[in-house]
Write a protein that binds this ligand. Sequence first.
Ligand code: NAD
Ligand code: UDX
Length: 463
Amino acid sequence: MKYKKNILCIGAGYVGGPTMAVIAAKCPDFKVTVVDVNAERIRAWNGDRLPIFEPGLLEVVREARGRNLFFSTDIAAGIREADIIFVSVNTPTKTFGQGAGMASDLQYWEKTAHEIVAHSDRAKIIVEKSTLPVRTAEAMEHILQENKKGIHFEVVSNPEFLAEGSAVRDLLEPDRVLIGSRQTEAGLQAMREVREIFARWVPAEKIITTNLWSAELSKLVANAFLAQRISSINAVSALCEKTGADVGEISFAVGSDKRIGPRFLNASIGFGGSCFKKDILNLVYISRSYGLIEVADYWEAVVRMNEYQQERFVQAIIREMFHTVVGKKIVLLGFAFKADTGDTRESPGIHVARKLLEERASLVISDPQALENARRDLAAIVGATAGTVEYEPDPYRAAAGAQGLAVITEWPAYRELDFEKIFASMGKPAFVFDGRNILDHRRLFEIGFNVFPLGKPSLTHFA
Ligand code: NAD
Ligand code: UDX
C-alpha cells in the first residue's frame, strides 16, 4: 500500500506510543512508525502485553498495528523514510553538573537531533513532542541547519497534554492541540502540515497555533498551574487538621465558583508522576537563569509544599502509631502515582516507603498494576535500611496480620473492599491513613478502625 505521508516518532514511551497509536488509528492513509533504542520496549509494543498500562490502549494499537502503525528499532531507516518526525524522548531532570536537580537533561533529545541529520537526505518537519525548556527549538534548529547536505529542517513545537491513565481519551478528545512555529512562510507551512494531522479528528477551534516560544512555555506553565492547585489545596488540608474544617467541603465550596472550577482540588498525599515536579523545577531554573528570582521562588514553593505534604503524611503515621513503627506490618494500598496506571515515577509512595523503612517497619506493598515498578524503585532502599518489604497484589492477603493501612493510590477498587473482613484479620489497634480521602471514614470507624483522613478530623477509639 502506498501511504500519503510517512510519520515517524522517536521515543516509544508513555507519550510516543499512545499518541502515535491514535494518529495511526485516525489517519489510515498515513504510515506511522515508532522507533526506540530500547529493543525490549519495541518488542512489547509489537505484542499483546504493551510496555505501559493504559485503559483502552491495546484496542487502539490492535486496530492500526501492521496496517499503518509500526514499532521498530531501526531508527536510521525510520528517519530516512519520514516526512514528519515527532521527537518524544525523555527529558528528565538533570542529576549531575550545572543545574543538577532543576534543569532538563537534554542529552537524549540532542542525540536525536544528530541522528536526524545523519540519516536524512531530504527536507523534513521536526516536531518537538517532548516537554522542553523554552527556546529549545532554537538549539534544535542550530544542530539541524549545520548539516553539510543543504537540507532544510523546519522545527515545530507540539507539546503533549495527555495525562496517564486517561491518555487515550485525552488524545481522542483533547481540550486543545497546541502547535507553535516560526512565523515565516516555511514555518507556517510546516505548522499547517502538522495541523492537518490533528484536524482529522480534532475540531478546528481546538487547534491553537502560536509562535514557537509560546508553545514551548505553555506546556511548562500548564503543568505548573495544575500542580499549583494541588499544592494550594494540600496547604489548606494542613490548616483544616488544626481547625476542624473539612478539606473536602472546602474543595466543593471553593470549586463551585465558576471562576475557580472543581477539578484538581482533591487534597492528597501529594502529586507524583514524571511531569509536574520536573517541569516546575525546569520553570524555576529558567526563571532563575534570567535573573527572575521572585518568579523562580514563587513556583518553587509549589514543589516545596508537595514535599511538605508527603512528609506530613509519613509523620502522621509514625506519630499516631505511638511514635514507633519498628517491626510493625504496614500495608501501602497502591503504589502507582495515580489510579489507572502502573507508572510509579515520582510516586509519593516512594517517599512514604523510604521513610517507613528507615523507621524499620515491615511494609507490604499492594497495587493492581505497579508492583513490578515498585520492586525496582525500592530495591536500593530496602538494602540500605533495616525495614523489610513484601509485594502482594491481593489487598486481603496483604492486610492479614497488619497493624496499619495507608492509602497511597486512589484505585476505585479500594472503595469496594470488605473492610469488616480486613479488620478481623488485622492486629489491634488497627489504623487507616487515607492519603487520598477515598474511603468511607465513618463506616471504617464504626467497624473498629482508628481513621486518619487528610484535612479532616480523625476518628479514633482512644479516650
Ligand atoms: P519515556 O521515558 O516513557 O519514553 C521515552 C523513550 O525515548 C524511552 O523509551 C527511551 O528509550 C527513548 N529514547 C531516548 N533516547 C532515544 C534516542 N536517542 N533514540 C530513540 N529512542 C530514544 O518518557 P515519556 O513519559 O513518554 O515522556 C516523553 C516526553 O514527553 C518527556 O519530555 C515528557 O516530559 C513529555 N510528556 C510526558 C507525559 C507523561 O504523562 N508521561 C505527558 C506529557 C508530556
Ligand atoms: C500531568 C498533566 O495533567 C498532563 O496534562 C501532562 O501532560 C502531564 O502531567 P499526569 O502526571 O499523567 O498528567 O497525571 P495527573 O492526572 O495530572 O496527576 C498528577 C498527580 O497529581 C497525581 O499524583 C495525582 O494523583 C495528583 N492529583 C491530581 C492530586 O493529588 N489531586 C488532584 O486533584 C489531581
